[in-house]
Design a protein around this ligand. Structure first.
Ligand code: KG4
Ligand code: ZN
Length: 341
C-alpha cells in the first residue's frame, strides 16, 4: 500500500509518500519559523493561512519527487490532532477530500503516535515492546508501547513541555524563535559548572515531569547576570544540562520499572545532541538498546504521519467521509485497529 501523509498540526507543513513495500519514497517540509519569528511564537491564524498557501504545491512537489502519480496512492493519512484547531483543519480537509475524490480510504493520525513510530522509518527499527520518551514542543511523556495503538502513559509533564521550556528560556536569553536549537547552540560555548539549575521532581518517586520552574530559575539568572555574552551561554548550558539530566533520570527509572530492553527517543527535543548522548550512555550502562529517528524525523514531518497512517490503513482502519479534528486528544485513548487483534 502506498500512502500520502499530511502534517499541519502546528507551524510546519509536512508531506510524504510512504510505500509499505518500498519504504519512504519522498518527503518535504515547509517551515513557518521565519513567519512567526517576529512574534517570538506561533500565531495560530497565520499558521492556518500559511498551510493553505503551501500545502498543495508541496503535495505536488513530493509526489513528483516520489515518482508517484495520484493514481498510485492507495490511502491518505493526515494529522487530526492534537494541535492547533485551524492548522489541523487545513490538512484534515485537504486529506479527507483528496481521499474522497480518489476513492481511497483516509485515516486520521494522532500526532504523538506518529512521533512515537517515527524511528520505524530508520534502517534498523525498534521492535515492540519498548519504552518511548516523547519530547516535543507540546508534550513530554514516557510511554510503554506494546504494539500499534497499545500505549500506557508512564509519566507526563504536569505543566510546560520540555520543548516549551527550551523555547521560553531561549526567549528570555534574547534568542530568536524557535528557541530550542538556538539555545542548544549557545550552550555549546557555556561553562557547565557556573550555574546549577534544579532537577524538578527527581527527589520523589514517579515518572511525571515539571519544567515551568526551570523557566523561572532562568529568568532570575538572566536578571542577575545576563549583561554579558558568556553569562548567557553559561545559563543556556546549565538549563540544557538540567533538562537533559531530568529526562535521563526519569528514563532510567522507566527502564528499571518496566524492565524494557529498548528505549526510543522521539519528538523535536529528541534532535538535541546532548540529550542523545546522555541517553545513549544510559542505555549502554543498562544493557538497553536505544533508537531514535534522524533529526529531521524527530521534529514535525509528513513521513511519520504517512508511516503511522499506513500501519492503520493496512489493518483496515478508515475514516467515514466527514472532516473531524481533535485539538485535544489523549494518546492513551487510542486503540489497536480491530484487524490487528
Ligand atoms: O515535535 P516538534 O517539532 O513539534 C511539536 O510537536 O511540538 O517539537 C518542536 C520543539 C520546539 O520546542 C523546539 O524548540 C524543540 O522541539 N527543539 C529542540 C531542538 N530542536 C527542536 N530543543 C532542543 N534542542 C534541539 N536541538
Ligand atoms: Zn510534533
Amino acid at each position: 500500500m502506498r500512502v500520502l501523509g499530511i502534517e499541519t498540526s502546528c507551524d510546519e507543513t509536512g508531506v510524504a509518500v510512504y510505500d509499505a513495500a518500498g519504504g519512504l519514497l519522498a518527503h518535504g517540509l515547509h517551515s513557518q519559523a521565519a513567519l512567526h519569528a517576529i512574534y517570538a511564537g506561533v500565531v495560530p491564524e497565520l499558521a492556518s493561512r500559511d498551510h493553505v498557501r503551501k500545502l498543495l504545491p508541496l503535495v505536488n512537489r513530493v509526489l513528483q519527487e516520489a515518482g508517484a502519480g495520484l493514481g498510485s496512492i492507495g490511502g491518505v493519512a493526515y494529522t487530526a490532532g492534537p494541535g492547533l484547531a485551524g492548522a489541523l483543519l487545513v490538512g484534515a480537509t485537504f486529506g479527507r477530500v483528496l481521499a474522497y475524490a480518489l476513492n481511497v480510504p483516509a485515516v486520521a493520525v494522532h500526532h504523538m503516535e506518529a512521533h512515537l513510530l517515527a524511528p520505524m522509518l530508520e534502517p534498523d527499527p525498534p521492535e515492540f515492546p519498548f519504552v518511548a520518551l516523547l519530547v516535543s514542543g507540546g508534550h513530554t511523556m514516557l510511554v510503554e508501547v506494546r504494539g500499534l495503538g497499545r500505549y500506557r502513559i508512564l509519566g507526563e509533564s504536569l505543566d510546560d513541555a520540555a520543548g516549551e521550556a527550551f523555547d521560553k528560556t531561549a526567549t528570555l536569553l534574547g534568542l530568536p524563535y524557535p528557541g530550542g536549537p538556538a539555545l542548544a547552540e549557545l550552550a555549546r560555548r557555556g561553562d557547565a559548572g557556573r550555574f546549577r539549575f534544579p532537577r524538578p521532581m527527581t527527589d520523589r518517586p514517579g515518572l511525571d515531569f515539571s519544567f515551568s520552574g526551570l523557566k523561572t530559575f532562568a529568568l532570575n539568572a538572566v536578571r542577575e547576570h545576563a549583561s554579558d555574552v558568556q553569562s548567557r551561554a553559561d545559563i543556556a548550558r546549565a538549563f540544557e544540562e538540567a533538562v537533559v539530566d531530568t529526562l535521563a533520570i526519569k528514563c532510567r527509572r522507566a527502564i528499571e520499572q518496566t524492565g524494557t530492553g529498548t528505549l526510543v527517543l522521539s519528538g523535536g527535543v529528541g534532535a538535541n545532541q546532548r540529550l542523545r548522548e546522555r541517553l545513549e550512555a544510559l542505555a549502554k550502562s543498562r544493557g538497553v538498546r536505544i533508537c531514535y529517528p534522524q533529526p529531521a524525523l524527530c521534529t514535525d514531518n509528513g513521513a511519520m504521519v504517512a508511516y503511522a497512517g499506513c500501519q492503520r490503513l493496512m489493518r483496515g482502519e478508515t475514516e467515514p467521509p466527514k472532516i473531524a479534528i481533535r485539538a485535544r486528544w489523549p494518546l492513551d485513548s487510542l486503540r489497536a485497529p480491530a484487524a490487528a487483534g
